[in-house]
Design a protein around this ligand. Structure first.
Ligand SMILES: [Zn+2]
Length: 348
């Protein structure tokens, strides 16, 4: 197993876990994995990013130091600091062939971690702007590019289209859904995601648009909620957006009523242990709410969020979950749990 650059286990004072438990179970680091929460642009190896920036003649923003700013390896003082690499990640790929290059690289990394199926999140409208094409053309390219790369690496994949919170949320979701309709509702697209700053409000019609898309097209709904301490966002994700899964949901750990709601409705929380420590969603002096999820019977899957930015992969996130108190047996059950809550239908 590769030694991660940011050793979350060491940070938590549990260096014994990887060395003892993984080592005692040689198969542990090689069992199959399912990944339900990973952002495509957070999964591109730095070497590929460099190649593409060079090929496209992209100039780095002033003051951006690639080596220092492209990875997040230690806990950040704010979410904004954690998001520094996105100053670069939103500047490419401008060329179609670089989307293919990027896709092969992302799926190559996933294959290294024995990822058997993945739901990959993408901000399609950025891609359309960069490639100077319509959202439908961008979606077609994304489907082809990721489809070929996934096939090449023997990975099953679904796409989740991400909408960002804020005043343009509804307009942008309408554009995404139009692109999806224009292409004949391709089954490569399996879900919708809401992401972005949780302090920012969204248009009042946005939740009903999510619900309609779920009812009309059968798309799964996952909402980034409760990452920045707002438990009420988790509740509205469930009650207003009709979410099937919650991204992060860390704030729910302190709200027994909310935990009960998640457990009763079988809403799965996508837990990203390394990301949660790096963003400060879980402060250094607090236990990860994963223990509360388990205690209250809230289903959860371990995910990696932005593995290339963390210079780690899903195996390290699973090791980090063990450092937070889960057992290796629970990690071995993760593949089946991810399958159960996946939006990719053919898996079941
Ligand atoms: Zn995320």
């Amino acid at each position: 197993m590769k030694k991660p650059k940011y050793d979350v286990l060491a940070t938590l004072g549990r260096t014994d876990i990887r060395t003892v438990e993984w080592a005692e179970e040689p198969a542990a680091s090689s069992f199959k994995r399912g990944e339900l929460h990973v952002h495509m642009n957070g999964a591109i190896p730095a070497s590929t990013i460099r190649e593409i920036l060079e090929d496209e003649g992209t100039v780095l923003p002033e003051g951006f130091n690639f080596r220092r700013d492209m990875a997040r390896l230690t806990p950040c003082s704010s979410l904004a600091e954690y998001l520094t690499p996105w100053k670069i990640l939103r500047l490419f790929p401008k060329k179609r062939e670089n989307l293919d290059r990027l896709s092969y690289s992302v799926f190559g990394s996933l294959a290294e971690y024995q990822v058997d199926f993945v739901e990959l999140r993408s901000s399609l409208l950025y891609l359309a702007t960069l490639q100077q094409c319509s959202p439908a053309q961008a979606l077609e390219r994304l489907i082809e590019s990721t489809g070929e790369a996934a096939h090449h690496h023997g990975i099953r994949r679904g796409l989740i289209l991400t909408v960002t919170r804020g005043e343009y949320g509804a307009v942008n979701l309408a554009k995404l859904l139009q692109a999806f309709e224009d292409l004949g509702r391709p089954k490569d697209v399996v879900g919708l995601d809401l992401a972005g700053d949780e302090e920012v409000s969204y248009p009042t019609e946005l939740p009903s648009m999510f619900r309609d898309a779920k009812n009309r097209f059968g798309l799964g709904i996952t909402i980034h909620a409760g990452e920045t301490g707002r438990a009420e966002n988790v509740r509205s994700a469930v009650e207003v957006f009709d979410a099937d899964r919650i991204g992060h949901g860390t704030a729910a750990g302190k709200d027994p009523n909310l935990l009960e709601l998640l457990a009763d409705r079988g809403i799965c929380v996508e837990v990203c242990p390394i990301s949660n420590r790096l963003t400060g969603a879980v402060p250094p002096n607090e236990a990860h709410p994963i223990q509360e999820f388990r205690r209250h019977g809230v289903p959860f899957v371990i995910c990696s969020d932005n593995p290339a930015i963390h210079q780690n992969g899903l195996a390290e996130d699973q090791a980090a979950a063990m450092a937070e108190g889960l057992s290796i047996c629970e990690m071995q059950l993760q593949y089946g749990i991810a399958k159960k809550y996946s939006f990719i239908e053919e898996l079941i």
